[in-house]
Design a protein around this ligand. Structure first.
Ligand SMILES: Nc1ncnc2c1ncn2[C@@H]1O[C@H](COP(=O)(O)OP(=O)(O)O)[C@@H](O)[C@H]1O
Ligand SMILES: O=P(O)(O)OC[C@H](O)CO
Length: 474
């Protein structure tokens, strides 16, 4: 309900601003939704009220559920990639199917509502759309192919809910929304200042950024650096099953009859969130405006490496038992070195993913389009270019995610609109180019890999038998 209220406040604020700038409400032709993906909501179709708090994508409470699901895999295989051929995803606490199974197993009212057929499930797009279009009084229950591709419940080829996946997770089909394309008529707003305005796009935020960056051809890629970092590589109409730890996901389908485009995705759970941690938990910085200046006061990170694996590591490792480590501290290490190492941590994680993409797609990327909150930081873009050895191009329109949803929404009402047409504020971007050589780059990357080794499986590592007994005895 907090999420719905926030969106209603946002609509009220944005429309007020529009009119104060001389625009008119009737100029709003249509609305596109873009949302944080995987976060899971379950509610009662009779009351329209949630049956539990939403479980957000980063939430790790489902780790034990993954363990139980691994146990259920035939032949004791415990293979996290068991469902990949069907849904393109590894078993991980990250995805909605696992969160739903946790809710069913741990919240009795959810189980009862699932059994009696009154439960409705949605990712955040579905929950918002349901409420905006009337809630229990006729609100629509729909999602799009990009969001559905993050649930582990949709078949990546048929783009329909898959009975085998539902059976594996022990979930009833009655809870699921209708899967639609990313650009079509979903419903109209039931109340408020935009009452009657249609909703004609729905895309997960990372896919919307892919569209907003106009990465609409096979071989184009973008990285969005916010809380996490998500690199999507457009593979065109073909489904590429990664052999190197990436996800296969739907990129977009711009219309009911349009060809679905797929993407390989590298997901990093902690990017900008590492700075929130430095600020809120450690007190090393007071605000994000300081980050660039602090990191620039030192020439390098003085061999400090920070792996911010707070909730395990996502792509390409998929190690839910990894935990954060800071390696290479010495008497000379200062706050500035740690801040710089935090920026570099994001860059190295992107290199991990680009190396996997290269192996899966064979063609190395020549340039990387970037957007998201962290990309205001010029030093960060230089470090990213240096540590990967790639040209980095920052989006001219900062809110690429919202832009992608708006473009898709307009495409649904004006079929002649060309998504590839130059946007008025775009124009050529100045690339940030590498300033260090490959020897230095590769040496630094090897050290990063050593830090990764120290972080992997931390949660499950145990002391050697003799030492454990001595420890227990003490
Ligand atoms: N100058 C900066 N340098 C590095 N990180 C930054 C800077 N400014 C903001 N951030 C990080 O960017 C993130 C916010 O970006 P945003 O795209 O709004 O994220 P989200 O969409 O996930 O909320 C925060 O985690 C913040 O720490
Ligand atoms: O904006 P972020 O970084 O919180 O991204 C959320 C993603 O959709 C999670 O998959």
């Amino acid at each position: 309900m907090v999420i719905v209220n926030t969106v209603n406040e946002c609509i009220a604020g944005a429309t007020k601003k529009l009119t104060s700038l001389g625009g008119q409400i009737k100029d709003i032709i249509t609305i596109g939704i873009t949302n944080q993906r995987e976060s899971t909501v379950i509610w009662d179709r009779n009351t329209g009220q949630p049956l539990a708090n939403a479980i957000i994508w980063l939430d790790n409470r489902t780790t034990s559920t993954v363990e139980e699901l691994l146990e259920a895999i035939p032949n004791n295989a415990r293979n996290i990639n068991y469902l990949r051929p069907l849904c393109g995803l590894p078993l991980s606490p990250y995805f909605s199917g696992v969160k739903l199974r946790w809710l069913r197993d741990n919240v009795p009212t959810v189980k009862a509502a699932m059994d009696s057929g009154v439960a409705m499930f949605g990712t955040i797009d579905t929950w918002l759309m349901y409420n905006l279009t009337g809630g229990k009084n006729g609100g629509v229950h729909k999602t799009d192919v990009t969001n559905a591709s993050r649930t582990m419940l949709m078949n990546i080829e048929t783009l329909q809910w898959d009975p085998n996946l539902l059976k594996f997770f022990g979930l009833p089909k009655t809870i699921l929304p209708e899967i639609c394309s990313s650009a079509e008529f979903y419903g109209s707003l039931a109340q408020g200042v935009l009452k009657g305005t249609s909703i004609t796009a729905d895309l997960g935020d990372q896919q919307a950024a892919l569209v907003g960056q106009q990465c609409l051809s096979k071989g184009q890629a973008k990285a969005t650096y916010g809380t996490g970092c998500f690199l999507l590589y457009n593979t065109g109409p073909s489904i590429v099953h990664s052999q190197h730890g990436l996800l296969t996901t739907v990129g977009y389908q711009l219309g009911r009859k349009a060809t679905p485009y797929y993407a390989l995705e590298g997901s990093v759970s902690i990017a900008g969130a590492a700075f929130n941690w430095l600020r809120d938990n450690i007190g090393l910085i007071q605000n994000s405006g300081q980050i660039e200046a602090m990191a620039a006061t030192v020439d390098n990170s003085l061999d400090v490496y920070f792996v911010p694996a707070f909730n395990g590591l996502y792509a390409p490792y998929w190690n839910q038992d990894a935990r954060g480590v800071i390696c290479g501290l010495s008497e000379e290490t200062t706050s500035e070195h740690i801040v710089r190492a935090t920026l570099e941590a994001v860059c190295f994680q992107v290199r991990d993913i680009l190396d996997s993409m290269h192996k899966d797609c064979k063609i190395p990327l020549a340039k990387l389009m970037v957007d998201g909150g962290m990309t205001v930081n010029n030093l960060f873009l230089q470090l990213q270019s240096d540590l990967v050895g790639i040209h980095v191009l920052r989006a001219k329109i900062a809110e690429t995610t919202a832009l992608g949803a708006a473009m898709a929404a307009y495409k649904a009402v004006e079929n002649r609109y060309s998504m590839e047409a130059p946007l008025s504020k775009s124009g050529p971007r100045e690339p940030v180019k590498p300033t260090i050589g490959s020897t230095e780059r590769n040496l630094r990357y090897q050290k990063w890999k050593m830090a990764i080794d120290r972080s992997l499986n931390w949660e499950t590592s145990t002391l050697p038998q003799g030492e454990r007994e001595a420890f227990d005895g003490a």
